[in-house]
Write a protein that binds this ligand. Structure first.
Ligand SMILES: *Cc1c(COP(=O)(O)O)cnc(C)c1O
Length: 472
C-alpha cells in the first residue's frame, strides 16, 4: 500500500464499491463459523440482518442533543431502565448509554475523580484488582488517577483483605469485576461492598462482559455470586449491550445508584460561541443507529431469548471445561463463573503457546494471555456446533506439541517465551509503540504476520500479534 491514496476524482459506481468492500473482508477472521473465541458475538445471519435494519433506520440521527431526537432519547432511557431492572436496581438508578465498555469504564473513573475533588482529594487513587480490564489502566492514565493494584487470591478473585488495606484517604473508588476478562471469575463483590460502606468509598462493578449474561445464568439455577445493585455498597455498574446483550457494536451502558453520583459525569460549558453545551458522556456526536439497535436487540431477544442463549452458552462452556479437564497436561485456570475460560499447561513438556500455534494451524483464532501463561476462550452460542471439533483439535495439537519439544523454540511460542523473559518491560513497551507508529503512520500499514521472523523487525511484528489484545 502506498501513501498516495486520494479521494477518487469522480464518484464511483456504488455497486462496484460494495463489491470491492466485500473483497476487503475475505481474509478477516471466520467468526460466522465459530472460529474466533473473542471479539465477535454473532447469532447468525438473520439476526445480524435485523440488527442492521434497526440500526440503519436511525443511522443518520444523532444522540448528542437529547432534545432533538426524542426517538433516541426514548431508546436510551428504555435501555437504561431495562438494564437497571435486570441488575436489580431500584427507581433511583440512573445512567446513560455509551459507545462501548471502554467509554463506560473511562466515565466511571472521571465521575469518581470529580466527586472526590469536591471533597478536596487532590492526588486521587483507585483500587484495581490485578485482573481488571485494561480499560481501567487507560482511565487511570487519561484522567490522572493513580492505579493501585491488588493481587488475586488462589482462586483468581481479588483478595478483599488486601483491598481493605489498600484504601486510604486518597482512594476515589474501588473496582470489582463480574467477571474479569482474563479468567472469567467474579470478584467477591459482597465483601468489597462491605469495605466500600465501611470506608465510605464508591464501588464500581465492571460487568461489561457479564452484565447481560450473569442474571440469566443465575435464573437457570447456576451458582452466581451476587454482584449487582442488591449488594449494598455497589454505587455503579457497567454492562455492554454489544457483548452478551447481542446488540450491534458500539453500545454499552453505565448505571449509577442515583442521580447525585451520575451528575459528576456531566459536562456543561456555558461560554462556547456555538451555544451553551451539555453532554453526558465522552462523545459529542452519538451515533443514533447503535442506540436504536441496542433497544431493538433487547426487544428481539426478550427474557426467553436471553435465557435460551445463556443455557446454550453455559452448557457449551461446561463441555469445554470438562473437555480440557479430560486432557492430560492441561488445566482450567481458576473456576470460571460463566463463559470465559483460560487454560494452561500442567506439564513442563507442553509449552502452552506452542499449543496455541498448532491450534491456529488448524484454523482457530487463539488468544494468548500472560500471568499466568495460558490460552483463552470466550464462548458464544455459535460455539455449540464446533466445540467437539475444538476439543478434538486441542487433543491432537497437544500430542503433537508433546512429541515435538522443539516447537517451543519456534513461532509464537518462542517469541512469547522470549518476551516473558525480558527483564525490562520498558523495552517491550517501546517495541509495541514502534509497531503502533507503523500501523497508524501515514501508510497505515497492515502488519503482515505471514512473513518469517527475521531480526528486530520480525520480533516487533510478532509482539504485535501475540501481545496486543484487540479483544472484546
Ligand atoms: C470488554 C470489556 C471491557 C471493555 O469493553 P470494550 O467494549 O471492549 O471497550 C471492560 N471490562 C470488561 C470486563 C470487559 O470484558
Amino acid at each position: 500500500m502506498d501513501n498516495n491514496i486520494v479521494i477518487p476524482e469522480k464518484g464511483r459506481n456504488r455497486e462496484a464499491i460494495l463489491e470491492e468492500m466485500r473483497e476487503f473482508g475475505k481474509n478477516d477472521p471466520d467468526y460466522k463459523n465459530g472460529k474466533t473465541w473473542s471479539l465477535v458475538y454473532y447469532l447468525g445471519e438473520a439476526y445480524a440482518q435485523f440488527l442492521n435494519e434497526a440500526g440503519q433506520m436511525y443511522a443518520s440521527s444523532n444522540g448528542l442533543n437529547p432534545m432533538a431526537f426524542q426517538s433516541l432519547k426514548r431508546f436510551e432511557t428504555e435501555v437504561v431502565r431495562m438494564t437497571a431492572t435486570l441488575l436489580n436496581g431500584d427507581d433511583e438508578v440512573a445512567g446513560i448509554m455509551t459507545s462501548g465498555g471502554t467509554e463506560s469504564c473511562l466515565l466511571a473513573v472521571k465521575t469518581y475523580r470529580d466527586m472526590a475533588r469536591k471533597k478536596g482529594i487532590k492526588k486521587p487513587e483507585m483500587i484495581l484488582p490485578e485482573s481488571a480490564h485494561v480499560a481501567w489502566e487507560k482511565g487511570a492514565q487519561y484522567f490522572n488517577v493513580k492505579a493501585v493494584h491488588v493481587p488475586l487470591d488462589k482462586d483468581y478473585r481479588v483478595d478483599a483483605d488486601k483491598v481493605r488495606k489498600a484504601v486510604n484517604k486518597r482512594t476515589v473508588m474501588i473496582l470489582g469485576s463480574a467477571p474479569g476478562y482474563p479468567h472469567g471469575v467474579v470478584d467477591p463483590i459482597e465483601q468489597l461492598g462491605a469495605i466500600a460502606l465501611e470506608k465510605k468509598v464508591p464501588l464500581h462493578v465492571d460487568a461489561c462482559v457479564g452484565g447481560y449474561l450473569l442474571p440469566f445464568v443465575e435464573r437457570l439455577g447456576y451458582r452466581v455470586p451476587k454482584f449487582d445493585f442488591r449488594v449494598q455498597g455497589v454505587t455503579s455498574i457497567s454492562a455492554d449491550t454489544h457483548k452478551y446483550g447481542f446488540s450491534a457494536k458500539g453500545a454499552s451502558t453505565i448505571l449509577y445508584r442515583n442521580m447525585d453520583i451520575l451528575e459528576h459525569q456531566m459536562f456543561v460549558f456555558t461560554e462556547w460561541p456555538g451555544g451553551i453545551f451539555a453532554s453526558p458522556g465522552l462523545l459529542g456526536t452519538r451515533p443514533g443507529g447503535n442506540i436504536a439497535a441496542a433497544w431493538a436487540a433487547m426487544q428481539a431477544m426478550g427474557e426467553d431469548g436471553y435465557l435460551e442463549n445463556a443455557k446454550i452458552i453455559m452448557e457449551t462452556t461446561q463441555q469445554l471445561i470438562q473437555g480440557i479437564g479430560a486432557i492430560e497436561g492441561l488445566e482450567v485456570v481458576g473456576r470460571p463463573d460463566m463463559s470465559l475460560v483460560a487454560y494452561r499447561s500442567t506439564s513442563n513438556r507442553i509449552n502452552i503457546y506452542a499449543l496455541g500455534d498448532q491450534m491456529e494451524k488448524k484454523g482457530w483464532h487463539i488468544d494468548r494471555q500472560q500471568k499466568p501463561e495460558c490460552l483463552h476462550a470466550m464462548v458464544t452460542p455459535l460455539h455449540r456446533q464446533v466445540m467437539t471439533q475444538y476439543l478434538a483439535d486441542l487433543k491432537e495439537s497437544l500430542e503433537y506439541v508433546r512429541s515435538n519439544p522443539k516447537l517451543s523454540l519456534q513461532g509464537g511460542a518462542a517469541t512469547y517465551g522470549m518476551v516473558s523473559k525480558i527483564p525490562f518491560r520498558g523495552m517491550v513497551k517501546k517495541n509495541v509503540l514502534k509497531m503502533m507508529r507503523e500501523m497508524y503512520g501515514p501508510s497505515g500499514k497492515a502488519l503482515d504476520f505471514s512473513k518469517s521472523d527475521t531480526g528486530q523487525k520480525g520480533f516487533v511484528e510478532k509482539i504485535a500479534r501475540l501481545f496486543l489484545k484487540f479483544k472484546s
